[in-house]
Design a protein around this ligand. Structure first.
Ligand SMILES: [Zn+2]
Ligand SMILES: [Zn+2]
Length: 720
């Protein structure tokens, strides 16, 4: 009898599918990507095991179409990691496996990987380019030093054209893999370590080579990146690889450049969703041969056979958690991977997540603190509150705020104005009838974007032109309600006409634009940066001495219990942008609640104090990290149907003394893109109890009729 292959497919069904291997086909090792018929379509799947007995009658068994031999089989390590995720997140294994691949490799069309490595040929070893061809000589010298250079490095060094000339001359050639191991790459010049950094480094070096989670808590500007670089250097010297996870696509090029300068000749790969499909597939395929993989959350699944260290930078950032499909936390999966591979995981942040900080306080993670800023003379900025209750405002700006901006401008220094709301204004408003631009598909307001003359929904993408009169009562006098970054930019331009102002938010920034922006700020071409939280992350602008923070009050009394934790982190980050070199920084926060305890801790730069206060509150209220949560979400065209699904789910729940189920409720954002959303919270003090409960519950959920448009389980939800 022909052997039966069990294949994992990307379906909502939580099982594997049997297929017959044609007699003409070679053996199929576990992890091989195959194309199989599925219903009336064909799908890419992952072959997992071979057995003699099929679940299906032999005559119904369909045949594997072909092996996708243009892409490598998934390594045993990745299969194991996917199994962990399927189990922990209660998500079908096939869906996990396929989600771990770049989209292009989930597509059965043949993929012809380009040859990204430029390698020296025999003829190139002795070749002498003409004396005037300086860049060809430079490239040839680099190739003699390093053997091969990646296409990205050539781009970075501006050597793409000389590369073509060397190839035409037969002195170098393109290869899909580098053939010469780069072991003795020189290390770029490193700044001396501060006493703090040295202590941390000495503590961490002996931890290389085995699993452990280390939480590096360092104030902004304390030089966490330098510590990462030193540790990565140790790992590379052993011939191992480092995986560096970062939260923002926008930061990749900047950090990549920094890393490349430090480790010239080392092989880098980057992975993030800002790359085109082909680049993403190629970089994923290049990952096994690289020395350092730098990327956003999806890189946690990349193949790295020589993995020696995982770094999760800005570990508190909520973008590490995927918010649809497989709702995984890349930080938590990184820790699972570190454990499976027996390599250390380094979590870094100036404001660790309360989950990680609690683990560190309880001794499960090792806490390493950097308390000094790396530049000895750099002081932490002073933080002042501007009480909105007693001051008039001009388009959201108070007089002290405006005055501080003017003074900074007069000194020739730079300012940062932070407002976490893009667009021109959060809504359009009719003063005669009270109409406030609702999104027709969501329970949200349409945001006014004046430059593109549109009203846009930031939740479902709906957009429409700006109406000339109120759609409800016909009054033509419609007003912009509140402030967005576009309007703020306009206001500042009017009030400070000599200032050169630049706005940064998701509407203006493409990933590559960061490098250009960095140069413009460093070169003194910008006086005032206006932007959203994108501004808060990881930029060093030494002449930036003022940070002005507008309108944070919404988060102070939000029903979301994580809102203050996030706000504190954001404010610390923004404050950290001010005065990083030898100039003292100043931070002004406009608020109507200056007595809120958050500000007291913030003014003392006391993360630890605030974290302890919040943790005490969470313990008292039985909230994470002292309880574990799973959220069952349901979406349907009618709210009643979504709630009904959840009520049935609650009735089908297995009895468990340590697990509590809450009442099904509409989600805080009750309608998105014409679907009503409801949720059912399940929680337990014991992770094990909750895991066992959900494992028994999940198969029941599949039996519920009538079905809803969509349901999903969110383990450790961050957003409700
Ligand atoms: Zn009206
Ligand atoms: Zn909408």
């Amino acid at each position: 009898m022909a052997p039966v292959l069990q294949v994992a497919l990307d379906t909502p069904l939580n099982r594997l599918f049997d297929y017959r291997r044609p007699d003409t086909m070679a053996a199929v090792p576990s992890g091989t990507l195959v194309e199989v018929p599925f219903g009336r379509t064909r799908q890419v799947g992952v072959a997992l095991s071979v057995s003699d007995a099929a679940q299906v009658a032999p005559e119904k068994l369909r045949e594997v179409v072909r092996i996708l031999d243009d892409r490598p089989a998934l390594a045993a390590e990745i299969l194991k990691l996917a199994q962990f995720c399927a189990h922990y997140y209660h998500h079908p294994l096939g869906a996990v496996l396929l989600a771990s691949l770049p989209p292009r490799l989930r597509d059965p069309r043949p993929f012809c990987a380009a040859a990204p490595w430029l390698c020296l040929s025999e003829a190139g070893r002795a070749a002498q380019p003409p004396a005037r061809a300086a860049s060809q000589r430079r490239l040839l010298e680099s190739l003699r030093d390093h053997g091969c250079l990646h296409r990205d490095t050539l781009r970075e060094l501006g050597l793409v054209r000389p590369a073509r000339i060397l190839v035409d001359a037969g002195w170098a050639g393109w290869q899909s893999r580098p053939d010469i191991a780069v072991t003795a790459a020189p290390v770029g010049s490193a700044p001396p370590l501060t006493a703090d950094q040295q202590t941390a480094f000495d503590a961490l070096v002996p931890e290389l080579g085995h699993f452990g989670v280390h939480l590096l808590h360092g104030v902004t500007g304390s030089g966490k990146t330098e510590l990462y670089l030193r540790l990565i250097n140790c790992v590379l010297a052993q011939g191992q690889q480092a995986l560096v996870l970062i939260p923002e696509i926008a930061l990749t090029p900047q950090l990549e450049q920094h890393f490349r300068r430090r480790f010239p000749g080392r092989r880098f790969a980057t992975l993030h969703s800002g790359l085109g499909e082909t680049d993403r597939a190629e970089n994923w395929l290049a990952a096994p041969d690289c020395d350092v993989l730098l990327g956003t959350r999806l890189s946690v699944f990349a193949p790295l056979p020589r993995l020696g260290l995982i770094v999760v930078d800005e570990e508190h950032d909520s973008s590490f958690k995927q918010q649809d499909g497989l709702r995984y936390s890349a930080r938590d999966v990184a820790i699972a991977r570190g454990k499976q591979r027996d390599v250390p995981v380094l979590l870094g942040s100036a404001t660790p997540s309360l989950e990680s900080y609690a683990h560190a306080l309880e001794g499960r993670y090792r806490l390493i603190e950097l308390q000094q800023r790396a530049i000895a003379s750099a002081r932490l900025p002073t933080i002042e509150l501007v009480d909105l209750r007693h001051l008039p405002q001009d388009n959201g700006l108070t007089r002290p705020a405006l005055q501080a901006l003017g003074e900074t401008l007069a000194r020739g220094e730079q300012s940062l104005v932070f407002l976490n709301r893009r667009g021109y204004a959060p809504a359009l408003y009719c003063s005669s009838c009270g109409w406030v631009s609702p999104c027709p598909r969501c329970s949200a307001r349409l945001v006014l974007h004046r430059s593109s003359h549109r009203l846009k929904c930031h939740h479902c993408g709906f957009e429409t032109r700006i109406p000339t009169e109120c759609p409800s009562c016909g009054d033509p006098d419609l007003k912009a309600l509140g402030q967005g970054t576009q309007r703020l930019e306009e206001t500042l331009t009017a009030l400070l006409p000599t200032a050169r102002i630049r706005r940064i938010d998701r509407d203006t920034m493409r990933p590559r634009a960061w490098a250009e922006l960095g140069e413009a700020v460093h070169g003194g071409e910008i006086d005032i940066l206006v932007g959203t939280q994108m501004l808060a992350k990881g930029h060093d602008f030494p002449n930036m001495t003022l940070a002005l923070i507008l309108d944070t009050d919404g988060a102070l009394y939000s029903p979301d219990f994580r809102a203050t934790e996030r706000l504190f982190a954001q404010l610390m980050q923004v404050a950290g942008r001010a005065g990083r070199a030898d100039k003292p920084g100043r931070v002004l926060i406009q608020t109507a609640f200056p007595e809120h305890p958050l500000f007291r801790f913030l003014q003392r730069h006391d993360y630890a104090g605030y974290a302890r206060a919040l943790l005490a509150e969470r313990r008292q209220l039985d909230l994470p990290p002292y309880t574990r949560q799973v959220l069952l979400r349901a979406e349907a065209p009618k709210m009643e149907a979504a709630l009904d699904f959840l009520r049935q789910a609650a009735r089908l729940a297995p009895q468990h003394p340590d697990v509590s189920l809450f009442t099904p409720v509409p989600a805080p954002m009750a309608r998105v893109a014409n679907l009503e959303r409801a949720q059912l919270l399940v929680q337990s003090a014991s992770r094990q109890a909750l895991q066992g409960f959900v494992a028994a519950w999940r198969p029941q959920l599949e039996t519920i009729r009538p079905r809803v448009a969509r349901w999903s389980l969110d383990v450790d939800p961050l957003v409700f």
